[in-house]
Design a protein around this ligand. Structure first.
Ligand code: PLP
Length: 308
């Protein structure tokens, strides 16, 4: 990760090195925050944030789930003012390909009661590059994590709550220790749910399958985009239940996420997927996704929100 010059916090742009919190910040101690990750792409019309409106809506949904009022620095925010703030943060920095807005309980408090603890919104821009490194172009090795994807009885599985990401961090550590790029997590009934920061797709017999939103996944914005793109290209896509057997015997597997984008998977738990090379359908959909994010596909130009 490369840092940038300015971080937007509660309406002010401050130097990166000054963007600090106190050790007693509620969110630091108890994970009481909601975050987003957004990609910024270079297009012929300047820098564009991919699906900014959908990311902002999901951030605000997360705030509602957590019971956090979007009042930051004494001002109430809504979708439009958050969108403007994200654009301001991008414009204040030069080399940006990823933006991470974070709503967090910034009051200094001991105790679990979040009621009345003030919140802040930070918007941090970075240069990330390929989140999964060479795996993005060469194909990723996955392991199945021994950690289960938390289900809706353990917390709001469909929201990006800071504290809930501990499970993803444990699973990711397991993957890295075993020389893999990512870990796939199963849900409480043993179905394939998703990876630590990505949704998952499989291809069997020319048809595309991905876990249904009821399978305790985050409803990824890249996932939903890929479903739209694949259907518009004539592929049949089913949102369903996927077993571990179906995953390891798939013809093609790929992951989707804002940070990772679209990453082909070439092995799961040491078993080769398909031919062990990037699959045909994966490649075609990835190609279309690249055209869209580069602003070269008029059909999907509405998914780009220009910052400059
Ligand atoms: C657990 C998890 N699943 C899936 C995704 C992919 O979601 P999106 O495509 O909206 O980035 C993310 C991304 O943040 C994630 O954290």
């Amino acid at each position: 990760m490369e840092k940038t010059d300015k971080v937007w916090i509660d309406g002010n742009l401050i130097d990166w090195d000054d963007a600090k919190v106190h050790v007693m910040t509620h969110a630091l101690n108890y994970g009481t925050g909601v975050f987003e990750g957004m990609r910024v792409y270079q297009t012929p019309k300047g820098r564009a944030i991919f699906r900014l409106r959908e990311h902002t809506a999901r951030l605000l949904d997360g705030c509602r789930v957590m019971g956090i009022e979007p009042e930051f620095g004494g001002r109430m925010y809504n979708a439009e003012s958050i969108i403007e703030a994200v654009k301001t943060a991008v414009r204040a920095n030069r080399k940006v390909d990823y933006v991470k807005p974070c709503v967090f309980l910034s009051g200094e408090e001991v105790g679990l009661n979040p009621v009345g603890v003030p919140a802040s919104l930070s918007i941090t821009c970075i240069h990330m590059g390929a989140y999964l490194g060479n795996a993005s172009s060469e194909g990723a090795k996955l392991i199945t994590s021994s950690w289960q994807r938390p289900d809706n009885l353990c917390g709001p599985a469909g929201a990006k709550i800071n504290g809930a990401y501990v499970t993803s961090c444990l699973a990711k550590r397991e993957a890295v220790r075993q020389g893999a790029s990512e870990a796939v997590m199963l849900n409480s009934v043993g179905h394939v749910a998703e990876c630590t920061g990505e949704n998952i797709f499989i291809v069997r017999g020319g048809k595309i399958f991905t876990p249904h939103t009821s399978e305790c996944i985050l409803e990824g914005i890249t996932r939903n985009s890929v479903i739209d793109i694949a259907r518009s290209m004539g592929y049949e896509v089913s949102e369903t239940q996927i077993t571990r057997t179906q995953l390891v015997s798939a013809d093609e597997v790929w992951m989707t996420g804002t940070a990772a984008e679209i990453v082909p998977v070439t092995s799961v738990d040491g078993r080769t997927i398909g031919t062990g090379k990037i699959g045909d359908i994966t490649d075609k959909i990835h190609g279309r996704f690249r055209e869209i994010t580069a602003g070269r596909d008029p059909e999907y130009i509405g998914w780009l929100e220009y910052a400059d």
